[in-house]
Every structure is written in C-alpha cells, then in structure tokens.
Write a protein that binds this ligand. Structure first.
Ligand SMILES: [Zn+2]
Length: 99
C-alpha cells in the first residue's frame, strides 16, 4: 500500500466538475468517471452530486425521449448554474417558481 495522501482538503465540485458529471451521466462515459476518480472523487460522491444537480433516473428517461440539449447553464434570474434542458430554458427551478 502506498501513502499518497498529501493533503486532506475536502474536494469541491467546481463548475467544470459539474459539467463533467452531467456529461458522464448523459453519455455514460467511463473515462469521465475514471478522471473524476483519479482526482480523488469517490463514485458515490459523484452520484450524490448528480442527484443534487437534478440528474435522476426519471430525468434520464425523459432525456432519452426528447433528446434535449442538456447542459449546466447560468440562470438569468440569480446567475446560479443549474441543469438546463435547452437554450430556451434559462431560469432555475427556484426562479421559475418565483415568477
Ligand atoms: Zn435562478
């Protein structure tokens, strides 16, 4: 066993990591989960994060039907990034409910 743990800082999910997770979930690319793992993310943590972003089984089934242009996009209301299902979808669920 090798001890390669130099830092114990918690890993944070940055915008680019979120993009990777979305791509991994939608396209089921093995190299993406491998990359995330090599960065120190546990698979279970990545799956938890995917849930947080709104990537559910139901969502994936819906995607398979409509083939939407799913990506993380900045909300026009609050500038938070959220899981958007197309270029016309620019309000996060929170802002959508508010308006
Ligand atoms: Zn918003």
């Amino acid at each position: 066993m090798t001890q390669a743990r130099a830092k114990t800082e918690p890993l944070s999910f940055t915008a680019s990591i979120d993009d990777c997770i979305v791509e991994w979930f939608l396209k089921d690319k093995n190299e993406i989960i491998k990359k995330l793992k090599s960065m120190g993310f546990r698979r279970s943590a990545v799956i938890d994060r995917a849930r947080e972003l709104g990537l559910s089984e139901q969502f994936l089934k819906w995607c398979a039907l409509g083939n939407p242009k799913v990506a993380m996009r900045a909300c026009l209301g609050c500038a938070e990034r959220f899981l958007s299902v197309g270029v016309q979808n620019r309000l996060c669920p929170r802002c959508k409910n508010r308006s």
